[in-house]
Design a protein around this ligand. Sequence first.
Ligand SMILES: [Zn+2]
Length: 465
Amino acid sequence: MNDLAIVNGKIFDGFNSYKANIYVKDGKISAVSSRVLDAAEIYDADGFYIFPGLIDPHVHFALNLGKYRSADDFESGSRGAAFGGVTTFVDFLDPITEDSEIDENFSRRSELASSSHVDYSFHMTIAHPNIAPEKLIRRTLALGLNSIKCFTTYSLSDRMTGDGYIFELLKSSKDLGVVITFHAENDPIVIHRNSVIEKHLPKDLPFLHPYESEAEAVSRIGTFARLTNGQAYIVHNSSGRSIQLLKEYGIPPNLRLETCPQYMTLDDSKYEGNSDEVAIHTLVPPLRSEFDLQLMRKYFTDGIFSTVGTDHCPFTKKEKIENMNDYDSMPNGIGGIETSFSILYTFFVNKGLIPLNSLVRMQSVNVANIFGLTHKGRVVPGADADIAIFDPTKEWEVSIDSLHTNSDYTPYEGMKLKGKFVSTVVRGDFVVKNGKFIDKSKGKFIERKPVFWNDIKKYNDYGGE
Ligand SMILES: [Zn+2]
């Protein structure tokens, strides 16, 4: 006898779409079949679309910035995630320099994450480690993590990893089975721009972090990836012109690109004037020009991006606005995990620009493949029963009152969307059921084994990305 049957829905698995019933037993998918089988609970998904649970590769819950902490902790963040169809997310450890910091850092973040309602993992994060690159990779893998995040900038706050270290990491990455992920900006450009204006205001953000800085670093990482054959991944690509440059040089197949919904929908007109509106849209990389935005949309439509992350990192309006006259103390970041899929569905799928299965790949299947979440992102027997159930006809308007974040605003306030998640299942248990949150739901840490992108075809039943 199965525990759960989700019947009459239309499945979009990232490649194909078909009507079938999904059966769940002991947290795993036991069958996907048009037959009617026994189950203790039957959920009628007639009229709904069914996706493998979404996976957000880029969130910052309970991010501690000293004076400020991001508004969503793992409890509220994962609640919002579930309402947005997300069944797994990957957060970050705090940046480390010494080997001795690693274990304590991992325990601290694990303890915080234990309140999550959906499944999770972490990216190892480094500053400028005093650890041999290979040893760092082995230490990372031993924790059940297979990705390492570096910053190519932020030397001013002591978080930058040098090119030499990055090159060595990339060289070892494909043999040892890790992914090296990058916040890509050119450090001297950022330092220079910071020194040019004496007093930094929120409206200066596009000047302080210009697209050229991203373009230079993204193409440098592209070059390193090509020359090392390493497994390279660039987070939060924001600028169409930086992708244009990368494309002209050729994007190597071992370089994967992530973007975020904010870089597909909002532009730098939010930074005009010096109003509260400017303060609440501070994030790095900043929103780009209308020209960049249009290019980003074109590249998104063309399939240049492998994944969508949200970089979910909201603060409250008050925390933003009290730094109106002092950008250097501004907590950067905005929220977006709950609205990501519906926004991109409305802007791209509903307009006929991309097939729905492409969005499912970017928000689930590809993330699972790239980050070695081998039991996630699949609607096949044996996979974890992580299911997102979506009503494609539901029309709604984003308002902060309709969301589940602890923040008190959303940059998407008033945006009219079509398509909304109604229910979300994590390993067979409902976290959201017909729009109601199931409080007792519990996520768990998902161990990630070494991942080898060349082998993706071997473990993906559908033959790779
Ligand atoms: Zn981030």
